[in-house]
Design a protein around this ligand. Structure first.
Ligand SMILES: [Zn+2]
Length: 241
């Protein structure tokens, strides 16, 4: 083994106290007990001599494969002895960490702790989801109330549609910056304009006949403004039977 490779294998151990164990590729023999070792067996080097796990006094440790960083970290902490298992990756021409050798009791304890953590995390997620649901409902109610206040003439079914659309947008929003408290009348107005443009002006049809967006907007502008002005005053027909 070249010095450079040895240095890299050692580097993978991170903690210089950790023993480095190699998962071998080439068949070899234990320098002490002469046991044959094959592809996939574990050995460690002592004074440059390959030793099997028994001769190295590591055969009481259990191999914990990499994959769950939290369990690996905890097991390493709980184990009084630890070895890092590396294997030569042919394609990448370097040693790669396969896992650790630690005491079985440490693995059990680490798994228990991680399972307990998962339960706490799940409870937290549930609580957060419930909170979001309440916030969404609150937003919906506030939005509806504000919309009705600003546009009392807007028919109820359209209020519902505008609100649903606006709240869908709010729900998907990263960071959820728009809380119900900071509902901006301008935002509501824009939502109403978008709705009117889409539902009452035939704006979307302009695209089918390749009218440029700017021209299409100008053409429908007057129509939108008339509708908004109408909705800004209460329509007797909606409130009386
Ligand atoms: Zn041996």
């Amino acid at each position: 083994m070249e010095q450079r490779d040895k240095d890299h294998a050692r580097h993978l151990a991170k903690n210089s106290e950790d023993i480095v164990v190699f998962m071998i590729r080439r068949d070899t023999q234990c320098a002490k007990c002469r046991k044959e070792m094959f592809d996939g067996n574990l050995l460690t080097l002592r004074d440059e001599q390959p030793l099997c796990m028994t001769c190295a006094g590591l055969d009481d440790l259990t191999f914990l494969t990499s994959g769950d960083p939290a369990v690996t970290r905890r097991a390493g902490k709980h184990s009084s002895r630890k070895a890092v298992v590396v294997r030569w990756a042919r394609a990448r021409k370097r040693y790669e960490r396969q896992g650790t050798l630690v005491e079985q009791a440490a693995i059990d304890r680490a798994r228990e702790e991680s399972a307990a953590d998962a339960a706490v995390r799940e409870a937290k997620n549930k609580k957060a989801a419930a909170k979001r649901e309440i916030e969404d409902k609150q937003y919906l109610l506030t939005f509806t109330a504000e919309l009705r206040r600003l546009f009392p003439g807007c028919p109820p079914e359209e209020v519902a549609e505008i609100t649903r659309h606006a709240c869908e947008k709010y729900s998907g929003r990263v960071g959820r910056s728009a809380s119900a408290k900071e509902l901006d009348p301008e935002k509501i107005r824009l939502a109403v304009i978008a709705h009117v443009r889409h539902a009452h002006t035939g704006y979307d049809r302009f695209f089918d006949i390749n009218v440029p967006k700017r021209d299409a907007r100008r053409m429908v502008q007057a129509k939108i403004e008339r509708m908004l002005a109408k909705w800004e005053v209460e329509q007797r027909t909606h409130t009386q039977p």
